[in-house]
Design a protein around this ligand. Structure first.
Ligand SMILES: [Zn+2]
Length: 199
């Protein structure tokens, strides 16, 4: 079977969702053009069923990997390097839908991505600020924060909101944010970017 035949047969065999999960979970070894790590247990079980239906399909992980490490939307191999994942991306159903349909291999910390998916993901986020923006409104401006940095009531608020009070610098602001998971919360914002909580 040619790689194209393997891809389309496998897609028809297990469906789009499972096929993408299979592709995303294939781990390419670094510094090797066509070397893949082993199949995971669920991949091996699925591939065995596929082989029973398509005995001519490849059965070694490197050939399987080079056929299926592939973006089914843009018809190209996945490249090494993480997808796009800004830390202040708000979770939303519309983003999940867009990811599924427009950039299935462009988002996330995975070690590989499709460059066209990645670009689509960046464009989609830029075009949908309401869905994607965690920042809701400013609660305290930099001047207010500077004046209240040592205020016990403010420090208590910081503690309750998991804001690292020791990390506050000149110019920092306090914003109400919505992560898309649960209710609004307060966050420390520096130069328009949320300062991540460090455990
Ligand atoms: Zn793609």
């Amino acid at each position: 079977m040619t790689p194209d035949e393997v891809r389309s047969a496998f897609l028809g065999f297990c469906g789009l969702t499972q096929c993408r999960k299979f592709a995303r979970s294939l781990v390419k070894l670094p510094d090797a053009e066509t070397k893949f790590d082993r199949l995971r247990y669920w991949q091996e079980a699925l591939w065995a069923k596929f082989l029973a239906a398509f005995p001519d399909a490849p059965d070694d992980v490197d050939t399987i990997g080079s056929c299926l490490h592939w973006c089914d939307l843009h018809h190209q191999s996945l490249l090494t390097g993480a997808g796009h994942q800004p830390i202040d991306l708000r979770h939303s159903e519309s983003f999940d839908m867009a990811r599924e349909h427009e950039f299935p291999f462009g988002f996330g910390w995975l070690g590989h991505h499709c460059p066209e998916c990645r670009t689509s993901c960046i464009d989609w986020i830029a075009l949908h600020p309401t869905e994607c923006r965690m920042l809701q409104h400013r609660v305290h401006d930099a001047e207010w924060v500077a004046r209240h940095r040592a205020n016990q009531e403010f420090l208590n608020t910081c503690r309750d909101a998991y804001i690292p009070a020791d990390e506050i610098r000149d110019g920092d602001e306090i914003w109400m944010i919505n992560t898309g998971r649960g209710t609004d919360s307060l966050a420390l914002v520096r130069d328009g970017t949320i300062v991540p909580i460090v455990d």
